[in-house]
Design a protein around this ligand. Structure first.
Ligand code: TRP
Length: 334
């Protein structure tokens, strides 16, 4: 707890361009959570290094992700929005927790198996211990809740296991975090293969809507979205393309599936796709305008980065010092 609020922690990796899926599935909810929780949101740039990055591009992308968080409506004065790499306690606690994590449990992580298959030429130790750094992220802030997608659930489980193991030896050091189960975000699928999640690392640019896509591009991508051919706008398991478009339209307009089916009863896919595209253009417009303003005002973003780095440093350091002491590391002389 900080004050009378529970603590919430989440973050995204600083790789790829954020998509409509990241926005409707996560970011949009994060914004509303800050009333109820004391929130920490990281730009997880240390995790991104498990895959080789081009330094100049990486630096730009990480800053862009930070700015997008703010442009999307995360208030950096109410939420602690910061860069993981600016707060050295993450790497330090990550090391300490490595000594409380077993090879066996890390080898069972499905993301490790998937990523090592995908990057067979670079199966580095960081990829293997990725979940331990993620555990450090969460545990440093004594987070009560962590909103994560299904793909990160296993990492949250191992975080709980590591924390419980540590607490059993050293007493109550870490809060055991729970998955956040509130109103979950929409699960947005690829526009080209609607049985696959929309992903920022998809090689096919037509599969994803990026948050900074211009209106023409957005409309064009929706027009090309893969659907079936029965021309009926109905929410159904066997119509993944149309179902995805209904989910998107529902998330952007707040309308229910039934309302949407009724609105487009007897109308064709062309008309529906255009309406979905326009609704997406509408919700992204304020974000894109804000992004332009923020990019032009470097000193504002610099100042919130600085203030939030300090805040993250302060809270994480409290936990790190406690852990060091419990472990019997010698005290610092002042
Ligand atoms: N692994 C997460 C992802 O790829 C990002 C992440 C890193 C994270 N540390 C975290 C998410 C801590 C939640 C909490 O999506």
């Amino acid at each position: 707890m900080i004050g009378d609020k529970k603590i919430l922690y989440s973050g995204m990796q600083a790789t790829g361009n954020l998509t409509l899926g990241n926005y409707l599935g996560a970011l949009k909810n994060w914004i509303t959570l800050s009333d109820e929780y004391e929130c920490f949101y990281g730009v997880m740039d240390l995790h991104s290094l498990t895959v080789r990055q081009n330094p100049a591009e990486f630096r730009k992308r990480a800053r862009m992700l930070y700015t997008l968080y703010v442009a999307a409506g995360l208030d950096p004065e109410k939420n602690c929005v910061y860069f993981q790499s600016h707060v050295s306690s993450h790497a330090e606690l990550g090391w300490l927790l490595n000594c409380f994590t077993y090879m066996g449990e890390l080898s069972r992580m499905t993301q490790f198996k998937d990523k090592s298959a995908k990057h067979a030429d670079n199966i580095n130790a960081g990829l293997f211990t990725y979940p331990v750094l993620m555990a450090a992220d969460i545990l440093l802030y004594q987070a009560d809740v962590v909103p994560v997608g299904a793909d990160q659930m296993q990492h949250l489980e191992i975080t709980r296991d590591i924390a419980t193991r540590f607490n059993n030896i050293y007493g109550d050091v870490f809060t055991i975090p729970e998955a956040y189960i509130g109103k979950s975000g929409a699960r947005i699928m690829s526009l080209q293969e609607p049985t696959k999640k929309m992903s920022k690392s998809d090689e096919n640019v037509n599969a994803s809507i990026y948050l900074l896509d211009d209106p023409d591009t957005i409309i064009r991508k929706f027009k090309r979205a893969v659907t079936d051919s029965d021309n009926e706008i109905r929410y159904s398991e066997d119509k993944p393309g149309i179902r995805n478009l209904i989910d998107i339209y529902g998330a952007t307009t707040g309308k229910s599936k039934e309302e949407i089916e009724k609105e487009f009863d007897g109308k064709g896919y062309g008309e529906f796709k255009l309406a979905v595209g326009e609704s997406v253009v509408d919700i992204l417009k304020p974000l894109q305008e804000r992004m332009k303003e923020l990019e032009a005002d470097k000193s504002y973003i610099d100042s919130v980065i600085k203030a939030n780095d300090e805040k993250a440093q302060y809270f994480s350091m409290k936990t790190l010092r406690k852990v060091q002491k419990k472990l019997g590391l010698t005290e610092r002389i002042r």
